[in-house]
Ligand binder design. Sequence first.
Ligand code: CUA
Length: 329
Amino acid sequence: MSGGQRSTLLAALLVLGACQGPQSAFVPAGVEAERVLGLWWTMAAGAVVIYVLVIGAAVYATRIAPERHPGFPGVAFIIGGGVALPVVVLAALLSYSFVLGRDLTRDLGPEARRIEVVGKQWWWEVRYLDPAGGAPVVAANELRLPVGEPVELLLTATDVIHSFWLPSIAGKRDMIPGKVNRLVLEAAVPGVYRGQCAEYCGGPHALMAFYAIAAPPEDFAAWLEREAAPAPPPADPFLAQGRELFLASGCGACHTVRGTPAAGELGPDLTHLGSRLSLAAGILPNNVGTIAGWIADTRHLKPGNKMPPFNTFTGVELRALAAWLASLE
Ligand code: CUA
């Protein structure tokens, strides 16, 4: 195998490898993602067939020279292959994508489960609406989904345009300030998937990700019940010190922790921070160490993000604060 062939093979393997994993439209784990992939394969197959026909016609014209064949139906060939065929094929593909697009944004009716996802610079607010009209359960940077149940996502933004993209489960839709876009999705396989903001939204756009956790409906219901509960006061004195530091240091101006006086709305709700898989919108694993590092030096970890660093705590204070936040499960 020559060097060139080896490079081509390596590139192909890398591309195929990149098509796997928890964030891939090629490994669908949702009903809508499966349909989007079907559309993609149909379009790709259509493109290949048309490409082969066009190249075939070009070769025929240059090599076989139809003018030497007096019976060749030139005008019919041009009208058939150059006008009729593209009109029919493109109209069919357009109708297919139009019908699918409408299906992905359909209204599931008043009884449906609805989740509002609000894009913000540079994180996601996630609000699980109560079909009975009660208060929503507010979370952030993680989306929980019941497997086998269609869910309506109501997507919007409060600052600039973002784009919600969870390729393993569904398609992609813009999040536009002042407008609510609907996206229907149904997780088919339990698991952890990754989503990403897909519209450049300034500064750390590339660090605006989230995890989606699809679980059986009974697990989802149990999780939602826990998530709706306020944070209980800690019995452990070290954790209680962390809670006091949180409240005394002004963290509550931006963050809410239900069950405490902290009720800020500028940053993510932290009531159940400890139960999340990731920190800072999908960029760090979530544990006491990363929480402490994040508080002390947020803008080193995520340049440009809006939370200022709090580097005035002593080591013990920082550990107490991070331990309390990590204990909020
Ligand atoms: Cu939000 Cu890009």
